[in-house]
Write a protein that binds this ligand. Structure first.
Ligand SMILES: Cc1ncc(COP(=O)(O)O)c(C=O)c1O
Length: 399
């Protein structure tokens, strides 16, 4: 009998993190790699946020904090929800963890019994299914076709709901496709969800601030507050404020859920770093300009990728409305052969081949949707131009 747990043997290390690590290693060995795999903004954390952290250290804010986060941070989160989403929460409805990732994991651990079902729209963020498995739940993948712009068809959602469904995860804008739900689309999903009162909704809003074309962000709770007693809104500072390494995420939802999450956290990490919490307060309170500036940069980069790839018809690029990812269909490339005669059988082979050719992307397989790959445009314009050229040249070499 293995010493190691079966649950853990059933999951994989995060594929996006492994590809980024592989690309880094090749770079360290002296190979020039354009890294399109990163899941984090390439900007530095804003100065005012860094200074808030330094001040916290100098003021001795270096001790344990309450499990759910400091009062000041919880207040800043409550204000953020009111100001940006017109949602009202009180302090007992907020939890802060080590990134949105831990907040989601805690919520699943707090609620999932063996074989409870979690509906995960695909293409999905890589961690949802493995988190479901770790908590002994069953990930139920809901395919969202490209024809439907990688968004949920409400009828398909209803067809997946069973009496074992505990959660539906909504992620808009989405990683990996950048798909963004309009108010009307959310209303249509809410109509279905209201018919099934045992189902809870997890809104992963991590990319809320990275949206394009003057779109206005809304999550499902803003569209229908009847879902409030069973919705958990997750957000964090990683993507919006270029703070991935600080590890601060937060969630807002019913008190009973927060209480259970708090128990888990008190027996595991206790809380995220007191210094990071001080920095997050500053980020939430004073970053309007930073967000505005980066939104424009990301939109320009999206357009640059699009203009680089749009005339190369063997790859079909899905135009994202948010996030910093482009999802690219490589159906027409699969089945071709490399110069050494070896066939590119799938998007994993293609991504490996691209890495040999000096560009790192993440295969669609990792997001539950094959014959695609994801390009992250959290990188400079020069890298975007060079990386797109490498991709096109590499594809042209295939026979
Ligand atoms: C959709 C989505 N949700 C949640 C997270 C978690 O981010 P963090 O733990 O850094 O807050 C990520 C990170 O890549 C993500 O892409």
């Amino acid at each position: 009998m293995s010493f190691f747990s079966k649950k853990v043997s059933r999951i994989q290390p995060s594929p996006t993190i492994s590809i980024t690590a592989k690309a880094k290693k090749l770079k360290q060995e002296g190979k020039k790699i354009i890294d399109f795999s990163a899941g984090e903004p390439d900007f530095d954390t804003p100065e005012n946020v860094k200074n808030a952290a330094i001040k916290a250290i100098e003021e001795g804010k270096t001790k344990y904090t309450p499990v759910n986060g400091t009062k000041e941070l919880i207040d800043a989160i409550i204000k953020k929800f009111k100001r940006e989403n017109n949602l009202n929460f009180d302090s007992e409805e907020i939890t802060v963890g080590c990134g949105g990732k831990q907040v989601i994991f805690n919520a699943l651990l707090a609620t999932i019994e063996k074989d409870d079902e979690i509906i995960i729209p695909s293409p999905f963020w890589v961690s949802y299914p493995d988190m479901a498995i770790l908590t002994e739940g069953l990930p139920v993948v809901l395919d969202c076709s490209q024809e439907n712009n990688f968004k949920i068809n409400p009828q398909d959602l209803e067809n997946k709901i069973t009496n074992r469904t505990k959660w539906v995860i909504l992620n808009s804008p989405s990683n990996p496709t950048g798909a963004f739900y309009s108010e009307l689309e959310l209303q249509n999903l809410a109509k279905i969800l209201l018919k099934h009162p045992h189902v809870w909704v997890m809104c992963d809003d991590l990319y809320e601030h990275i949206i394009f074309d003057n779109l206005k962000f809304k999550n499902i709770l803003q569209v229908d507050d009847k879902l409030k007693p069973r919705t958990f809104v997750v957000n964090g500072v990683s993507k919006a404020y270029a703070m991935t390494g600080w590890r601060v995420g937060y969630g807002a939802g019913p008190k009973e859920l927060i209480k259970e999450i708090s128990k888990i956290q008190s027996q595991s990490t206790t809380h995220t770093s007191s210094i990071s919490q001080a920095a997050a307060i500053e980020a939430l309170n004073n970053s309007d300009e930073f967000i505005k500036k980066n939104k424009k940069i990301f939109q320009d980069r999206r357009d640059l990728i699009f203009s680089n790839l749009k005339n190369f018809t063997e790859l079909q690029v899905f135009l994202p409305q948010g996030s910093f990812y482009v999802y690219v269909c490589c159906n027409d490339i699969i089945g071709k052969k490399k110069e050494d005669g070896i066939e590119i059988k799938n998007d994993i082979d293609l991504s490996d081949y691209f890495l040999d050719e000096g560009v790192a992307v993440v295969p669609g397989e990792a997001f539950g949707c094959s014959n695609f790959f994801r390009i992250s445009f959290a990188t400079s314009n020069e890298n975007i131009n060079e990386g797109c050229k490498k991709i096109i040249d590499a594809c042209k070499k295939l026979k």
